[in-house]
Design a binder for this molecule. Structure first.
Ligand code: FAD
Length: 529
């Protein structure tokens, strides 16, 4: 693997260019470009790479208008192209406007902080004329009262969000670009100096959003904080607003697709649910699927597999909240597995025990799959993988609430037993192999740094968000439940902050939120057996 391969990989949300691909990728592109020419041996470039990746992640949804790339001048195959572009120092930043005839590269400014580079990207886009602006870039200029006020009261097939802001603010243009990949809402910006507009909409604080609904009604959109992330997140979660799916050929993430079965209709009746709750029915369905479907693909359990399965059953028996029938069943299963002198257990024996136990004692583990918080808008979306994440989040929080629950199980010596058991289970049994490979990769880099139960909760949250970001817009992304940083501002406003123009998490508040969200007291028995 070359130095460049290590500094930037295909997993990063940017385009790795080379002499061979530069011309075809950039010249024929329908977007503008911001390219960092770097050298993999330059210490500063190595240090800066994390900022550049964070920037690329921050503006990932802008890529149809302006793309972010890197090119490693230390690779022999790139020597000539770096000479042609007169790259003398590293890193050098070049912007290329989207000008079909003669795209010119110009050097970018010296300030390389994320907000400054982001503003530079907005400026690149605004330097275009209406005629040569990238095809997918909406107008970024402010609209006037005369253009906007006639829209009030009109019906439409989409929302119109009027973001009114101070003249020097970039929030409006950033939100416009953040919503580029979404259908069902148009964002227009206007200025606080436009008195007729501000008076008509009765706005007093800036920036703020005035929202025109498709049915012709209109009102100020309440946002907990007047920040880009809050505005974008609120607009993305309006009913009917959907992320446009990437075609699989343009997905650069290499993400595997789990459970994507386009075209299949959902025949289950819809179950109304509250997104701020966790549903027992989902947890029960997770175990049902795990025991009856996923495990069934292994005819016998032996050696390492058997040990991993035993550990999982023990973990659930000890930590599953509520002490109801699921716990009884898992305890029985756990005792039985531990009492078995056998090194090898046929799967059928596990199934017989589960069935017998359920029949004799009236202990039930949902006789069918019943997704609630994990319902998909059509069959094949969400369901099991969603419930498995949910189950493990619950277990991390339960382990924190009951630190001695795993005493005398053989798991008590592990620093992060829930994560370790999850890691082994996913690696060995989880049907989505690619998911397992990704998870194992992440675990091998970061899981060993987890020192305590709080970090165990946070590590899983963080890793889940990384997966969310990677999969946003992929085929397995349910349009009704688009993957996004979680919890959203509407679930937890205090989890979100902005520092130096960049969205940051308030981890103390995230931890507090997770402890509440995945607590036994937030589990809803609705739809459960
Ligand atoms: P999910 O991502 O499954 O989330 C379920 C619920 O958890 C959400 O509805 C929300 O309430 C809550 N939640 C969301 N984010 C967080 C968070 N950060 N912290 C705590 N709670 C949260 N699919 C692939 O295509 N490629 C992969 O590589 C891949 N890897 C996976 C690895 C693992 C270990 C698992 C369990 C699943 C993986 N999947 C992968 C499946 C994918 O992550 C989703 O589970 C699936 O697409 C269903 O998505 P969903 O919309 O139901 O939400």
């Amino acid at each position: 693997v070359s130095g460049a391969g290590r500094l930037y990989t295909e997993e990063d949300p940017l385009v790795i260019l080379s002499s061979g691909s530069l011309k075809s990728a950039v010249t024929n592109s329908s977007s503008a470009w911001l390219i960092q020419f770097f050298s993999s041996w330059c210490g500063h470039c190595i240090q800066y790479s994390s900022t550049w990746k964070a920037l690329a992640q921050d503006v990932k949804d802008w890529q149809d208008a302006v793309s972010v790339g890197v090119l490693d001048c230390a690779q022999e195959e790139n020597f000539d192209v770096c000479k042609d572009y007169s790259i003398k120092f590293y890193p050098t930043f070049k912007v290329r406007q989207h000008v079909p005839a003669a795209g010119v590269y110009t050097d970018a400014g010296a300030d390389r902080s994320i907000p400054s580079v982001r503003q530079l990207m907005v400026n690149i886009l605004q330097n275009h004329t209406n005629l040569d602006r990238p095809k997918h870039c909406p107008p970024l200029e402010p609209y006037s009262a005369a253009q906007l006020l006639p829209l009030l009261g009109q019906r439409s097939d989409h929302y119109t969000a009027i973001l009114v802001e101070e003249p020097d603010s970039y929030v409006g243009r950033e939100v416009i670009l953040d919503l580029l990949q979404y259908s069902g809402v148009q964002v227009k910006r206007a200025l606080s100096s436009d008195r007729p507009l501000v008076d008509a909409l009765k706005l007093t604080a800036f920036p703020s959003i005035y929202l025109l609904h498709p049915n012709g009604t209109h009102a100020h959109l309440h946002s907990e904080k007047p920040l880009r992330f809050f505005f974008s997140s609120l607009l993305r979660t309006l009913p009917g607003v959907q992320r446009r799916l990437k075609s699989s050929s343009t997905s650069s993430s290499g993400a595997s697709q789990v459970g994507a079965l386009p075209g299949k209709q959902n025949t289950e009746p819809w179950r109304d649910f509250d997104r701020s709750k966790v549903y027992m029915a989902d947890l029960e369905s997770a175990l049902h699927y795990l025991l009856r479907v996923e495990l069934a693909t292994h005819n016998t359990l032996e050696g390492e597999e058997l040990k991993i399965f035993k550990d999982l059953v023990t973990l659930v028996a000890k930590l599953y909240p509520g002490g109801g029938s699921v716990v009884k069943l898992m305890e029985t299963l756990s005792d039985w597995l531990l009492s078995m002198p056998l090194q090898r257990i046929p799967y059928q024996a596990v199934l017989d025990l589960v069935d017998n136990k359920m029949r004799i004692s009236g202990v039930f583990l949902g006789a069918e799959l019943r997704w609630v918080g994990c319902q998909g808008s059509r069959a094949g979306l969400r369901g099991y993988p969603c419930s498995l994440w949910t189950l493990f989040h619950v277990l991390t929080v339960q382990h924190d609430a009951n630190p001695t629950a795993l005493d005398n199980t053989g798991l008590e010596a592990e620093v992060a037993p829930v994560l370790q058991v999850m890691r082994r289970y996913i690696r060995t049994f989880f049907g989505c192999r690619e998911c397992g490979r990704h998870f194992e990769q992440a675990a091998s880099v970061g899981m060993d740094n987890v020192q305590n139960r709080e970090q165990q909760i946070l590590w899983l949250w963080q890793q889940h968000n990384r997966v969310n970001m990677r999969l946003a817009g992929s085929l397995s992304d349910d349009p009704l439940f688009p993957k996004a940083p979680w919890p959203s501002p509407s679930l937890c406003a205090s989890c979100h902050e902005e520092k130096n123009g960049i969205h940051v998490w308030n981890q103390d508040n995230v931890l507090r939120f997770l402890r509440h969200h995945y607590a036994a007291s937030n589990l809803s028995p609705e739809y459960s057996v």
